[in-house]
Design a protein around this ligand. Structure first.
Ligand code: ADP
Length: 337
């Protein structure tokens, strides 16, 4: 199953080592998202030509679509150090002050999950982004005073899965906002092929197709499925990952051929069986599923909508005819979408 080269790569201590191995380190390996890449290249080229620090950038789109990878590529292109933090990690003013005051000239600061920054922290970020000033309040009460520090030129790259939760003032401080979309199946197939090669796996094209179709058009999901298929092949001593290995792995994981997982089916079944197909409000639906509303909106629904199984109407969520059919249920008479 593995070449000599593959064998060394196949001994990672954990999934994370594999993840960093699979993360594209060059633009050529970053498949798809052509519009985003085209836009970025112009912005980066112009900044380099002017020998100026690049504008702050905001990437948004579903988890696993390649925002962090893109930020790494931007840093590489600019020859910048990559410094990373996240919205939830910046709880107190001092957390952000520590990150900002450690920046060196030309650094790229990546803030993941930027929608989770609290408003007070955002207000420290604004002047840092705009005029490279860090205003710190020292002391408390009437004796408190503001200390202003100059920051070196830096580029902030922020990522979010929920652009609508970002405040207007924060959004407006980015020089460019770029949206990452779900990938085309052919792109996911190319990603899987490359990942298979990096892992020293021989994967049948039919297996690649099957995994790609179940990947929710998302590179991270595709790579995760490939890793599980690789486990299956390892345990069964397979020299070639064939269609049946891929199929059996997906079955074990309870993932169907369209990538639906048990929670997706539970959501659709709840709309269909408990709420007569909808419309049902997302709060009621989440309560019925005992799931966090944000999770339902951010993680489950976008994919179900993208494959046409769920529709968001002004009066609530509705299961579509395709969803009924996929679950083997009879759609009601009438005007289902
Ligand atoms: P996000 O930050 O949007 O959650 P990541 O950048 O962490 O997503 O991407 C998850 C993984 O998917 C990466 O480690 C990489 O292996 C793979 N990946 C993402 N985008 C691409 C791409 N365009 N081409 C190839 N692999 C990709």
């Amino acid at each position: 199953m593995s070449s000599a080269k593959g064998k060394t790569l196949l001994n990672p201590k954990n999934d994370q080592t594999v993840d960093s191995l699979l993360r594209p380190a060059a633009w050529n390996d970053y498949v798809g998202q052509e519009k985003v890449k085209r836009n970025l290249k112009i912005i980066l080229e112009a900044a380099k030509k002017r020998q100026e620090v690049c504008d702050h950038l905001l990437f948004y789109g579903q988890a696993g679509l390649g925002k962090t990878t893109l930020a790494h590529l931007v840093a590489k292109e600019l020859g910048a150090n990559f410094k990373v933090t996240s919205g939830p990690a910046l709880e107190k003013m001092g957390d952000l002050a520590a990150v900002l005051s450690n920046l060196e000239s030309g650094d790229l600061l990546f803030i993941d999950e930027v929608h989770r920054l609290n408003r007070l922290i955002e207000e420290v970020l604004y002047p840092a982004m705009e005029t490279r000033k860090l205003h710190l309040v020292v002391g408390k009460g009437p004796g408190a005073r503001t200390l202003t520090l100059d920051l070196p030129p830096f580029t902030l790259v922020a990522a979010t899965t929920r652009i609508n939760l970002l405040s207007g003032p924060l959004r407006s401080r980015f020089g460019a906002t770029l949206k990452l979309d779900y990938y085309e199946v052919k792109d996911i197939e190319a990603i899987l092929k490359r990942s298979g090669e990096l892992l020293g796996l021989k994967v049948d094209p039919a297996a690649i197709k099957l995994i790609a179709n179940a990947s929710r058009f998302t590179p991270r999901v595709a790579n995760r499925l490939l890793k599980r298929v690789r486990d299956y092949a390892e345990v069964h001593d397979l020299k070639l990952v064939d269609e049946s290995a891929a199929k059996n792995t997906l079955e074990l994981l309870e993932i169907d051929e369209l990538g639906l997982e048990p929670h997706d089916r539970r959501l659709l079944e709840a709309i269909i069986k408990k709420f007569n197909g909808g419309p049902v409000g997302v709060a009621t639906l989440s309560a019925a599923l005992n799931e966090d509303k944000g999770n339902v909106e951010d993680v489950y629904e976008p994919y179900l909508m993208s494959i046409g199984f769920l529709s968001r109407t002004p009066s609530g969520r509705m299961a579509t005819r395709a969803a009924y059919e996929h679950l083997g249920l009879k759609p009601p008479e009438g005007t289902l979408i």
